[in-house]
Design a protein around this ligand. Sequence first.
Ligand code: F6P
Length: 544
Amino acid sequence: MNLTASAAWKALEAHRQSLSPAHLKDMFARDPGRVSSLSLAFDGMLLDFSKQRVEPATLNLLVALAREARLDEWTSRMFGGEKINASEGREVLHVALRRSSGPFPVGDLDVMPQVLATRQRMVAFADHLRSGQALGFTGQPIHTVVNIGIGGSDLGPKMVGYALRAMAHPVLAVHYVSNLDGAQLAPLLQTLDPRTTLFLVASKTFTTQETMLNAQTARDWLLANLGDPAAVAKHFAALTAKPERAVAFGIDEEAVFPLWDWVGGRFSLWSAVGLALMIAIGPQAFADLLAGAESMDEHFRTTPYERNLPVIVALLGIWNTNFLGASSNAVLPYNESLKFLPSFLQQLEMESNGKAVGRDGQPLACASNPIVWGELGNNGQHAFFQLLHQGGRLVPCDFIAAVRSDYPLAGHQEALLANCFAQSAALAFGKTADEARAELSRSLQGAALEELLPHKVFPGNQPSSTLLLSRLDPRNIGALIAMYEHKVFVQGVIWGLNSFDQWGVELGKAVANSILPAITDLELAKKLDASTQGLLAYSRRHLG
Ligand code: F6P
């Protein structure tokens, strides 16, 4: 379906024409009730999107677009277990992973028994470790866990684990290894005791090059130190949809926790991929995380679009991307514990919707996912906010903060929140030449003032939303992540693409497989492109 030809899309284009001369200052001035109509509260969070360049009428037109895209039908299809991941012939059932009770029918199958059974196995495994009763090959208690995985088998658990590190187990240390670069695993291994270390090999496919090489190196390290192949079974577990490959690696079947094809990697945090996280924060906190996500699922499924958090967030993105022409979106957490959130959202959003071909195999008639980037906002103020304020580019920003701090220091949280609110206000409202002139004239006059004046003007009108969590607890984080998951789903429906495959990651992997042997095999190298041959030649001269 080419939505850009629809009446709803045309109406939005006309609306943009009529609205675009207005500055956010004008929008606030002419509608005193703006903030209340452009804010949404849900459980432990508040979304203030009044600094987006929209009016209530804009939202009505965007909701009409969602209806034109038959969002309700697609939502029913996903929750109903249809194979909406058409190019891979798979269902999309991450919502089942956080279902607390009741069946989740998929055709004539109910997936819940296996979901609940795996969750119970995870709880027993985590409790055994957290109690200090899990002993390694030499009889010493395990006190270090290393998750070896990449992408969705790393980013989700790592991000939430760091966000909730205030509630981490006091003795167990949990580390995440993902990168092929030895600079990540080698220094870590130097700090670990093989007798007390457990490796979790997290890989849905159990073929990912980075994860397999890191896991093999970890296994070699363990064997070099403990000397007996039987030790592997006591120091490795696997989280995978390919249990037979994990067993072939040397992992005991009872230490293999299953994933299923209907769980996308970037949506797998709630599954066995979350085991390292459950070990760190405990089964109850993990259950609260699931409950937060489930509450957002229910909200998404049952709330009218006009008051539906994921739908509104998605539609604001559609407006900024497809009608205002934004090509990127900044994620700016004002919370140190959310420092991995931008990376997590990069995969969730750009691997899901960074596509130019629709579900129907035809080129999309509109832009799809913007470039998602971001960094801790307070640090960003001293790094890239100059561009956001005076770079002349449209960069919609997501400000995310928690009101209560897990690490209170006198005056710090208040100052952090003040900076967060100040930046979105300054970006929205700016500073006019007249305002700048009035300020400068207190210390400058004549040519000196006129020379400096242009540099002191802030155009403003930079759109943003501010999402305030009451505090950074498992329930709120679960709801936050689920909100973004459903945002991705809604945008994919509107853009007309499949958000759940990722064919674009395959080519680079295949080319890497052809280059690796050519580093030493000069005959193979001659078959490669001239640039790669030159890079290899230089590398051979400098490889240690
Ligand atoms: O290459 C991309 C990707 O497939 C991601 O979608 C996935 O999260 C990651 O690699 C890891 O895949 P696996 O869990 O199968 O190792």
